[in-house]
Write a protein that binds this ligand. Structure first.
Ligand SMILES: O=C(O)CCC(=O)C(=O)O
Length: 317
């Protein structure tokens, strides 16, 4: 050692899709961002591109500087493309998101289940400047939560690259490690790095990660599809229950239906007529149902004790 502090350029870690789960999780928790290489098979990637191309063509540029006037966006991916189910239900990414969101690294529980926050095609168009650096958790006003602390993640994003993401075409910019920063700290230019990634990769990041779209200096669209999950008791960013027609939702796999919001977060969030909304989706009742207890584990005992102590019988039948 020569006594001089070494400058280490920030970088975004890449791991293969078949790396051990714990390795993916450790990097995601440590850096707040991770590229999973080959997250999609060639066939899945081709199908995704084919199905979304007409939507990228149709989608207009955004209305404001944040979403980008030359960036084409559209939501409700599962209503537009069969292949979007592969993204929403990507086994490794879904498990990682559940792990990060359901409890922190010390095991403190945050929610029973996660849900789809948004699904969005993002095509950064030629000439789009870089997007302002931001944290997606601000969608939920997290900086105003008096009890918020680092490590309390409220959402996880997975941006699937449909094209190669390059320095020239708008690869997403990240501030690795900023998930551990004070919320008021702003990154220096040298702390920002672009996540170059091959088509078929997925870039994962947590809600407290500072990032933004890159500038597209090429003459073609940089296409990606983002799948975002959040805590099951938060409002989702996108009202997928409205944008995915009921007939489409009925034919989706059960897990996709749950993620869309056809599930109850205990005790009573998201129910319909006191019932799990999946029963309503399946037409098991049409106008009125039998209100059902969905007590969280820690309340079951409290309720049972109450009736037992007061010798109120029949409460458990
Ligand atoms: O498409 C990207 O590279 C990221 C875009 C983004 O972060 C956003 O639109 O909020």
């Amino acid at each position: 050692m020569d006594g001089f502090a070494r400058f280490t350029a920030p970088s975004v870690a890449h791991l293969p899709v078949d790396a051990p789960f714990e390795e993916h999780l450790a990097v995601l928790r440590r850096d707040g961002v991770l590229v999973i290489d080959n997250a999609l098979t060639r066939a899945q990637l081709d199908e995704l591109g084919r199905e979304l191309d007409c939507w990228f063509e149709r989608a207009p540029g955004g209305e404001g500087a944040f979403f980008g006037r030359r960036t084409r966006r559209f939501g409700a991916l599962m209503a537009k493309a069969r292949s979007a189910q592969d993204l929403v239900l990507h086994e490794r990414i879904l498990s990682l998101s559940e792990c990060v969101l359901k409890a922190d690294d010390l095991g403190h529980k945050r929610c029973d289940n996660i849900q789809l926050n948004i699904s969005q095609g993002i095509g950064i168009g030629p000439g789009e400047p870089e997007q302002v650096i931001h944290r997606d958790q601000d969608l939920f006003w997290v900086r105003h939560w008096p009890a918020w602390r680092q490590g309390y993640e409220v959402l996880v994003n997975a941006l699937f690259c449909i094209d190669d993401f390059t320095l020239e075409n708008g690869a997403t910019r990240f501030v690795p490690g900023s998930c551990g920063w004070d919320l008021e700290r702003w990154p220096e230019d040298h702390e920002i790095v672009q996540a170059e990634a091959k088509a078929g990769s997925a870039i994962l990041w947590v809600g407290s990660m500072m990032h933004g779209g890159g500038a597209n200096k090429t003459d073609y669209l940089r296409r990606g599809a983002v799948i975002s999950y959040n805590l099951g008791w938060l409002q989702p960013g996108e009202k997928s229950l409205l944008s995915i027609p009921r007939e489409v939702a009925r034919n989706l796999p059960r897990r996709a239906q749950q993620l869309l919001g056809y599930q109850v977060h205990r005790p009573t969030l998201g129910w319909v007529e006191g019932r799990d909304p999946i029963e309503w989706l399946n037409g098991e009742f049409s106008d009125i149902g039998q209100t059902q207890d969905h007590l969280p584990d820690d309340l079951v005992g409290v309720v049972e004790n109450y009736y037992r102590q007061r010798q109120i019988s029949g409460a458990s039948q």
